[in-house]
Design a protein around this ligand. Structure first.
Ligand code: ATP
Length: 198
C-alpha cells in the first residue's frame, strides 16, 4: 500500500481533489475531519480543552464553539500551542488507525490530506507529497465565497500560511487548480497513474 500526502493552502481545493482521488479508487484520510472527530463532546481532547479554556468555548449543545476558539488562538501563540498539543497527537494516532484499517481492507493507495503538512514538517514520512496549488486571487475568491469573508480577512488567512513558492519546492507533484473542474480532474488522473506506476 502506498501512503501519499496531499496538501495545499486554505481553500486551494484539497477536499475537491481528494474526492477525485477517491473516485479513482484511493482511500482518503483527512486530518481536518479527524481533528473535528477527536474533539467531539466527551472525547479526551474535548475534556482537555474544557479544562484549559473553560466552558465558555462550548456551545449550548456542548460541542466546541470553533469560531470562538479560532479567535482566541489567532492572536495568541501560547493558546495555539496549547490547543495543538491537545489535538495533534490524537489526530496522529487516529490517522494511524484509519490508515491501518484501509491497508487491511486492501486499498493500494491511501491519501492523507493534511493542510499544514509542510508547516508541520511531515513530508519525509509521507512521500510522495501532492500539492494543490492555486493562484492567490482564486484562493481569496473561493475563501470569500465559501466562508463569507471580506477580502482583508481572507488575505489574513492566506498570509498566515507558508508561501506557495516554498511549498512548490517541497512537493513531489503539483496539481494546478486555476481553471475548471474538468482540467483539475485530468491532472488528478495523471498524478494517480504516476503514483500507481512507481
Ligand atoms: P480548506 O483549506 O478550507 O479545507 P480546501 O483546500 O479543502 O479548503 P475546497 O473545499 O476543496 O478547498 O475548495 C474551496 C472551495 O472552492 C469549495 O467551495 C470548492 O467547491 C471550490 N472549488 C475548488 N476548486 C474549484 C474549481 N476548480 N472550480 C470551481 N470551484 C472550485
Amino acid at each position: 500500500m502506498k501512503l501519499v500526502g496531499l496538501t495545499g493552502g486554505i481553500a486551494s481545493g484539497k477536499t475537491t481533489v481528494a474526492k477525485m482521488f477517491q473516485r479513482l479508487g484511493a482511500a482518503i484520510v483527512d486530518a481536518d475531519v479527524l481533528s473535528r472527530e477527536v474533539v467531539e463532546p466527551g472525547q479526551a481532547a474535548w475534556q482537555d480543552i474544557v479544562t484549559i479554556f473553560g466552558r465558555e468555548v462550548l456551545q449550548a449543545n456542548q460541542t466546541l464553539d470553533r469560531q470562538k476558539l479560532r479567535t482566541i488562538i489567532f492572536n495568541n501563540p501560547n493558546a495555539r500551542k496549547q490547543l495543538e498539543t491537545i489535538i495533534h497527537p490524537r489526530v496522529r494516532s487516529l490517522a494511524e488507525q484509519r490508515i491501518r484499517e484501509h491497508r487491511e481492507a486492501g486499498y493500494a493507495v491511501v491519501i492523507y490530506v493534511v493542510p499544514l503538512l509542510f508547516e508541520g514538517n511531515l513530508q519525509e514520512g509521507l512521500r510522495p507529497v501532492i500539492l494543490v496549488a492555486c493562484d492567490i486571487k482564486f484562493q481569496r475568491q473561493r475563501l470569500e465565497q465559501r466562508d463569507h469573508l471580506d477580502g482583508a480577512a481572507a488575505q489574513k488567512h492566506i498570509d498566515a500560511q507558508m508561501s506557495l513558492e516554498e511549498k512548490r519546492r517541497l512537493a513531489d507533484y503539483v496539481i494546478e487548480n486555476n481553471a475548471g473542474l474538468e482540467e483539475l480532474e485530468e491532472q488528478v488522473r495523471q498524478v494517480y497513474a504516476k503514483i500507481q506506476a512507481t
